[in-house]
Design a protein around this ligand. Sequence first.
Ligand SMILES: Cc1cc2nc3c(=O)[nH]c(=O)nc-3n(C[C@H](O)[C@H](O)[C@H](O)COP(=O)(O)O)c2cc1C
Length: 305
Amino acid sequence: MFIDNQIFGAPLAGVTDKPYRKVIRLFSPDIPLCTEMISCHSLVEAHKNCLRNFDRYDDEGNIGAQIFGSDPYLMAEAAKILQDFGASWIDINMGCPVPKVATRSRAGAYLMRDHKLAGKIIAAVKKSVDIPVSIKTRLGWDEEHKNWVDLVNVAVDNGASFATIHGRTRAQLYTGKAELPEKPSLAIPIIANGDVKFVEDVERLKRLGYNGVMIGRAMLGKPWVFKELMGESAKPKNIGDIVLVHLDYMFRYYGIENAIPIFRKHVAWYSSGIPNSTDFRIKVNKTNNEKDLKKLISEFWSCEV
Ligand SMILES: Cc1cc2nc3c(=O)[nH]c(=O)nc-3n(C[C@H](O)[C@H](O)[C@H](O)COP(=O)(O)O)c2cc1C
């Protein structure tokens, strides 16, 4: 599944759900996208409910399922379930910085501090599936412990096919600018992640030797960004048309009542930077019915419902 200079979509909890992946695929059908992170505990122990986090369209192409957890056995079982449900590859989260995951659960970014456990998890997951296994991690725990190259070598030794590096430490969370050094010599492809927004960023990371890039926040409110980063013009003539299509996918997937509050953040991203959008967002945030929401969107962007 890995081709050189590939552009990947990052796992984004609360964003890369089934409806948003479908919108992205209207512009870039073949782009490899990743699910939101899925807890191995919830998946294995409460199997059916949690599968919703993976849920894909029958014709959905390249899709990575990202799992997090600290128990090698449960991680392997979760990977097997996701493989059976059609994942193209399994990504292991080794970068999530939130305390609930990284400190209390000894998962996510914690694994940057415990390479022995990280190796056991990768080996168990690799053994349980036939599809590629990758890790997604950060530069290290903090400025004094930037040991990502050691962790990638652990991944290599345990059979991972590629690794994604977010150019920040756990301590930085999402602050400061992501910075990646020239890519050292490593036995698997390395995907660069963090603050990739423009074609120039893609080119710079390629010059530094990275084998591909992964796009996170640049996709918020811009499902066409992947195409743009490949140098093609892709911005729709009227963004409102896309917003309405996205809303329709959300209604069909979550039901109207549940979809409306979840969709508000997407409306905020789509309308960000547009003159008079603050007023529009205030109105959207107060709306709880389908007809009014569609009317607000069609008036704001001057498009047909
Ligand atoms: C809202 C949000 C949700 C995220 N969820 C995940 C996740 O589920 N798994 C993961 O590995 N990283 C997650 N991340 C981190 C991103 O995948 C990415 O590594 C980070 O945002 C840096 O890339 P960017 O600058 O292109 O956004 C999330 C980030 C954001 C902003």
